[in-house]
Design a binder for this molecule. Structure first.
Ligand code: ASP
Length: 412
């Protein structure tokens, strides 16, 4: 990731870990119940390796985001410029999310994944979603240390922005403070590269565990809904992100997807936008050449509120549930899904399964039975992998566009 040669070979190793993990999981998965060695030793060991990788990534998040955002916002220098970057980012995030739901709904209508489903025995397992007012109130921290201890990303972002801008207002002494956090951020980037050296093993362990758990037999009845979500994610990336990168940034989509590959794969296997954040920031800085001022703000915000994949999945799943329960959804109801799913995706936590919880909000808003959650829950991890990967890739695409719009010269 840092040196070109080292980065390329690490990427290969991650790719190999990913493919081997899938093959291993699918082949070994069916043997697990009958083999004490696999059941009691191999699978638990893989589980531990995967969890260590995720934990190490999480370890980086709070100091990395705080230090880089303080240094980044102070380096932008002008609070007005920060505001402009903020508005552009929010508008792009909202627009790309709305398009994603449109794609999800279109595929849900065409593929009709829920038609003919057997809904007997479905049970609701999701927790209640948070009310919208609480989501808004939760942005403001009463105690910044508490926000950091709980890794509450939006609160950390708000405090860091205040802190960085205050460094500018505090003159020479403030500059010394922001310089210090600039150095802390560099140390955190170096630490990110150290953790990423373990990625091939972490990726192998995580994907092998998932593939062994789900196996092809469990997935077969859900082939249509899985196919719709995966196809939707691919289409959204191919059309919307490629369009933005080639149309606006004047760079080849291949350059872009190659540059953010590590983040996309890490998101796929960890199923967490927040957990992937250190890798996302490193890729965008190292490979796309985006400045700290833009990336330190746009990416943590994106990991928290920009969820194109989640929104797309909610569109597909709403139709899936409606079809499975035989409830027709007219165009008005489908428009309602666009609005609620956009809001729901903003409120979704960037953690595994966050989108499933918010699906309750979408289903109830259009009068669909919450029991529908039970239909999706069994295979949610498989859908989560694709949607999280799209969530993270979407953050990086918007980051590149915002950087280009601020006159930055992208790498490559
Ligand atoms: N796992 C997703 C993410 O972290 C959120 C979701 O469940 O949709 O981005």
């Amino acid at each position: 990731m840092s040196g070109k040669g080292r980065g390329t070979s690490l990427l290969w190793k991650i790719g190999i870990g990913f493919v081997l993990g899938i093959v291993f999981g699918f082949v070994v998965g069916p043997m697990v119940p009958d083999s004490p060695v696999l059941k009691d030793w191999v699978m638990p060991a893989l589980n531990v390796v995967g969890k260590i990788f995720i934990t190490l990534l999480k370890m980086l998040i709070v100091p990395l985001v705080f230090a880089s955002l303080v240094a980044g916002s102070a380096s932008v220098g002008d609070p007005k410029k920060l505001g402009r970057i903020g508005v552009k980012t929010l508008v792009l995030y909202l627009l790309t999310t709305a398009v994603a739901i449109g794609i999800g709904l279109a595929l849900g209508n065409v593929i009709q994944p829920g038609v003919g489903m057997n809904i007997e025995g479905a049970a609701a397992t999701a927790k209640e979603a948070k009310p919208l007012a609480d989501v808004i109130l939760d942005i403001f921290p009463s105690n910044p240390l508490d926000a950091m201890v709980k890794a509450n990303m939006l609160q950390i972002i708000v405090f860091s922005l205040f802190f960085g801008v205050a460094c500018i207002f505090a003159g020479e002494r403030g500059r010394r403070v922001s310089d210090f956090f600039g150095s802390v951020a560099e140390v955190m980037y170096a630490m990110t590269h150290m953790v990423m050296a373990l990625a091939p093993y972490g990726v192998f362990a995580l994907i092998a565990t998932t593939a062994a758990k789900y196996g092809l037999a469990i997935l077969a009845p859900f082939a249509k809904v899985i196919g719709a979500v995966y196809l939707g994610c691919l289409l959204h990336a191919a059309v919307v992100y490629s369009g933005l990168i080639s149309g606006y940034c004047r760079r080849s989509p291949l350059w872009f997807f190659k540059g953010v590959r590590e983040a996309s794969i890490t998101a796929f296997v960890t199923r967490s936008s927040s957990g992937t954040l250190p890798v996302t920031i490193a890729n965008v800085r190292d490979n796309l050449g985006v400045s700290e001022g833009v990336s330190s703000f746009v990416l943590p915000l994106g990991a928290t509120i920009n969820m194109d994949g989640t929104a797309l999945y909610q569109g597909v799943c709403a139709l899936f549930v409606a079809q499975a329960f035989g409830i027709p959804l007219d165009l008005g109801a489908q428009f309602g899904i666009v609005v609620t799913a956009t809001l729901a995706s903003i409120g979704t936590a960037g953690v595994p399964g966050g989108g499933l919880i918010m699906l309750t909000l979408v289903l109830t808003s259009v009068g669909l039975p919450i029991e529908g959650i039970g239909l999706v829950a069994g295979i949610d991890a498989v859908l989560d992998a694709a949607r999280t990967s799209l969530n993270v890739t979407g953050d990086t695409a918007v980051c590149a566009v915002v950087a280009a719009s601020e006159g930055e010269t992208l790498a490559g």
